[in-house]
Design a protein around this ligand. Structure first.
Ligand code: KG4
Ligand code: ZN
Length: 355
């Protein structure tokens, strides 16, 4: 079975063709980074308009790259939340139009479930690193930072999440404070490799044993206070020291809580995914800590961790194989209290006190 996936939840218009075993046949992304950079963040109305312009060329590009036609596609999967409503509507309307015209099944996909299953997709030239179930997943992106137990492609339990900012949001805000521009995560990452992580003393957030929650807004405030007290860092090496010190605290918090979650659930498989999983410091520290703990770590390729439509197509294939599909009434949602409302309802882990 070949599924056409569409993703337009934020600032990337993406389309992909993926087989139900996770093999990626084509994966096209039109990035809007340059469009939003002058504003220091994503402008929802501009994003929706750019999706309108990009959606048809991106869909045509995916079919062309795979050397396929719509006749060879068996189903259409599309992100229908969480995300920017105007942006989501563009992808969902395109998906509905194709599904209606071609008589194909339509499957709505929760963007977060797409990320959680991103370790199960494999791209040309890369070995299939499919992780067996259940596994613990740390989803760490611009909008979300949370831990899950992924029991099957369609059953997930949320173990804990951030109380305030997502880690990616903290990276972007600290980059802004340092005048590094948007998007900040990759720039902080590059500079952190050049700096001294001991240079600036910053608080370790929520170190309480047993808690699988995160908190990053206090850390961002501590960086702002440091800059106010000591003045703007002079020169690249002083900026690099702030980046390295900040990144180390974030990375240690993410990795320690992920290991705690594996211990609490008795699971020795960990997947780290989402845009922040592209961070070199996070990848290196997670690998160094998981080995001695006996935890098998999987961090998908950067292309699979950041927003893409291949993970959406694959998650859609999983829903379809589980007998689920949506009607042309499929609606979009901007946010949901746990992980998803429709599709992919996820229970919250309720026994944290006993950890
Ligand atoms: O998953 P993603 O592409 O989009 C969302 O669903 O949010 O994640 C984007 C986030 C941004 O906050 C970006 O700054 C961050 O991921 N990011 C990074 C790195 N690359 C992207 N953060 C730290 N280090 C990186 N190398
Ligand atoms: Zn994402």
């Amino acid at each position: 079975m070949i599924v056409l996936g569409i993703e337009s939840s934020c600032d990337e218009t993406a389309a992909a063709l993926v087989r139900d075993d996770g093999e990626v046949l084509a994966d096209v992304i039109a990035s809007q980074v340059a469009l939003h950079a002058p504003y220091g963040g994503v402008v929802p109305e501009l994003a929706a308009r750019a999706h309108m312009q990009n959606i048809v060329p991106v869909l045509e590009g995916a079919l062309r790259d795979a050397g396929r036609t719509l006749d060879e596609v068996d189903a259409i999967a599309v992100t229908n939340g969480p995300g920017l409503v105007g942006a989501l509507l563009v992808g969902v309307q395109a998906a509905k139009a194709i599904a209606l015209a071609r008589g194909l099944p339509l499957i709505g996909v929760n963007h977060l479930i797409g990320h959680l299953l991103s370790a199960q997709i494999h791209r040309a030239g890369a070995a299939a690193a499919q992780v067996s179930y259940p596994f613990v997943a740390l989803l760490v992106s611009g909008g979300h930072t949370a831990l899950y137990e992924v029991q099957s492609p369609t059953a997930m339990l949320q173990l804990g999440q951030t109380r305030d900012d997502a880690a990616g949001e903290a990276f972007d805000k600290v980059a802004k404070l340092l005048g590094l521009g948007y998007p900040g995560g990759p720039r902080v990452d590059r500079l952190a490799a050049l700096g001294n992580p001991e240079a600036v003393k910053l608080p370790r957030p929520l170190r309480r044993p047993g808690s699988l929650e995160f908190s990053f807004s206090g850390l961002k405030t501590a960086v702002a206070q440091h800059l106010r007290k000591s003045g703007p860092p002079q020169g690249e090496s002083a900026i690099a020291d702030v980046c390295a010190s900040f990144q180390r605290v974030v990375v240690e918090s993410l990795v320690e809580k992920s290991i705690d979650a594996c211990r609490a659930r008795g699971i020795d498989r960990l997947v780290i995914t989402g845009g922040v999983a592209a961070n070199k410091g996070l990848r290196a520290h997670a690998a160094a800590r998981c080995g001695p703990e006996g935890i098998a770590l999987t961090v998908p390729s950067v292309q699979s961790c950041t927003d893409n439509a291949a993970m959406i197509a694959y998650a859609g294939a999983c829903r379809l194989m589980a007998g689920e599909r949506d009607s042309l009434e499929l609606d979009v949602f901007s946010r949901s209290p746990v992980l998803g409302v429709v599709p992919g309802t996820v229970k919250r882990y309720r026994s944290q006190k006993r950890l």
